[in-house]
Write a protein that binds this ligand. Structure first.
Ligand code: CFM
Length: 545
């Protein structure tokens, strides 16, 4: 029963069938592959259809490749001057809305994140070409800001008219003597922003990582990959690492700088937080420089403690392990009382999470810790490995859309390749339970009979809410007000609304409190959705033979 409205919860298979039945046949067939009733024990294991184009006409939650490249991966880097080559809207709408924070070490250090740089293409540039304007913009930006590096980001029209941003980047590198590189991240380049992550990361790997020869000081040198410092999450993790005695060389890309990327190859361990956006970089760094990687998660108290212990286990140092245990004990003591109190009010309440490519999984930890149940979840743009685990990677079919994304061929670097652990050490650590390169994905972590829906759309969201009336829905700004008008509170798990940080122990407390407050608020409960309030407008698809 759903305690809120005492309606019996429908059988999930019936919910799925009911949703699929309402689509035109072809659309229904496609959507059925992306829509599972979870059965983690199934043999053979369930396979989900993902990373395919959204059907035109459907209101998706997804973003574009440009958003994934310029906004997600390079957006949080403060001293690379990010120049959008395109009409002004692309630059404007990717300007700081993600709440990715940064802290330059001193007031003199550059921070370009508060600026929005664009070539502001006009019709004339579309017709006669925009390269001249791009050259001028790069020179002007250099003259004013004197950055170490400039990134040029292509938008859809740039790809369509064929401006060669890479040729401009090469010329400008030669002329200005700084690192200028381009990203062919036209919005249409892939089926979602996931393609843009890959384009961004390939270029960082090619043009920046490994460029700083001097090794920084430190005993336990790590990088954190796939943490973007939304709402200050990265600051919380930085603080935990510092107190444990870990030396964080580089975060990709929360609170990052050009030099931090350039020195990443000096680390002895890579830790991967958001698997979707960056797992291939961890693989490439391992191949080229010999640095192993492990999956971590700093969302949730249990997950944070486990991740810190995994890092300490890797370094096989008793002092480090003791320090980590002390930090965990101190922090857990502070969290427990809040957790228990809030659990008293939230236990048994229900949540749905439809977010990006990793948070729909990671945030389930926090809900579980206060006794809440997740009824349905899914990614906007996850790949099969994010749902089913990395063991399926060799079986993933490469289709025409993924073929447009370059796969770099990486070999061990002649001078810089240095395996951090011998094969015997790696084996010993693996046998002791340290899983290298392992991610099990979202599906095994969810209860049987929950719904797993990839690239959920507005229409399906509304039916889910009608049928289940969850106590809270987690998604983004595009969904927020539509869902709240149906009487259900929406927590933004992209920008966190005005809240956060939610990472680590301190972040968990913030999250529990925010959820508790949202579930206790009475206002939205007064709103009756259309189906409980007279006759809603109904429409049917015309089934054309
Ligand atoms: Fe990774 Fe992200 Fe996410 Fe992502 Fe994103 Fe984001 Fe996200 Mo919004 S990199 S996949 S492309 S954790 S911007 S910080 S919240 S959709 S779940």
């Amino acid at each position: 029963m759903n305690p809120e409205n005492s309606m019996p919860i429908e059988n999930p298979q019936t919910v799925k069938d009911d949703i699929i039945r309402r689509y035109p046949v072809k659309t229904g067939k496609k959507r059925a592959k992306q829509f599972l009733v979870n059965n983690p024990a199934a043999e053979p294991r369930q396979e989900i259809g993902v990373n395919v184009r959204t059907i035109p006409g459907i209101i998706t939650q997804r973003g574009c490749a440009y958003a994934g490249c310029k906004g997600v991966v390079l957006g949080p880097t403060r001293d690379i001057l990010n120049l959008t080559h395109g009409p002004i809207g692309c630059g404007f709408y990717s300007w700081l809305t993600r709440r990715n924070q940064t802290r330059p070490p001193t007031a003199e250090d550059p921070n370009f994140m508060t600026y929005c740089f664009s070539t502001d293409m006009q019709e004339e540039n579309i017709i006669f070409g925009g390269e001249k304007k791009l050259r001028q913009a790069v020179e002007e930006a250099y003259a004013i800001f004197k950055p170490k590096a400039i990134g040029i980001f292509a938008t859809c029209p740039v790809g369509l008219i064929g401006d060669d941003i890479h040729a401009v980047a090469r010329d400008m590198t030669a002329k200005l003597g700084i690192n200028v590189f381009g990203f062919s991240c036209e919005g249409y380049k892939g089926v979602s922003q996931s393609a843009g992550h890959h384009i961004a990361n390939n270029q960082l790997f090619r043009h920046v990582i490994g460029k700083k020869p001097d090794a920084p000081q430190g005993q336990f040198k790590v990088n954190l990959l796939g943490e973007y410092n939304i709402g200050g999450d990265g600051f919380v993790i930085d603080d935990l690492f510092r107190r444990c005695g870990l030396d964080l060389l580089s975060t990709f890309s929360g609170n990052s700088s050009y030099d931090s990327f350039a020195q990443a190859h000096h680390a002895d361990l890579n830790t991967v937080m958001c698997h979707r956006s960056i797992n291939y970089v961890a693989d490439m760094i391992e191949k080229k420089y010999g640095i192993p990687w492990i999956k971590v998660n700093f969302i949730g108290v249990g997950a944070t403690a486990k991740s810190l212990r995994k890092i300490a286990q890797y370094f096989e140092n008793d002092d480090l392990m003791k320090r980590v245990d002390t930090v965990i004990a101190e922090e857990e003591a502070k969290v427990k009382a809040v957790q228990e109190e809030i659990k008293g009010r939230c236990a048994g309440k229900t949540a749905m999470l439809f977010v990006g490519g990793s948070r729909a999984h990671h945030y389930q930890e926090l809900f579980k810790e206060i006794g809440m149940k997740v009824l349905a979840a899914g990614y906007e743009f996850g790949h099969r490995d994010d749902y089913e685990g990395r063991s399926v990677i060799p079986t993933i079919k490469v289709d025409a859309d993924s073929r447009t994304i370059e796969e770099l061929v990486v070999k061990p670097d002649e001078n810089l390749f240095r395996p951090r652990k011998s094969p015997e050490e790696m084996e010993r650590l693996t046998n002791a339970g340290l899983d290298f390169k392992k991610y099990e994905g979202l599906m095994p972590d969810m209860e049987p009979e929950t719904l797993i829906i990839d690239d959920i759309n507005h229409y399906e969201t509304e039916i889910l809410i009608q049928k289940y009336r969850p106590d809270i829905f987690c998604a983004g700004i595009k969904e927020k007000y539509v869902i709240q008008k149906l009487g259900v509170p929406l927590k933004q798990l992209h920008s966190y609304d005005s809240g956060g940080p939610y990472a680590g122990f301190a972040g968990a407390v913030n999250f529990y409190k925010d959820i508790d407050r949202m579930l206790s608020a009475k206002a939205l409960k007064l709103i009756r959705p259309p189906w409980e309030n007279g006759t809603p407008l109904a429409a049917e698809f015309a089934h054309v033979a």
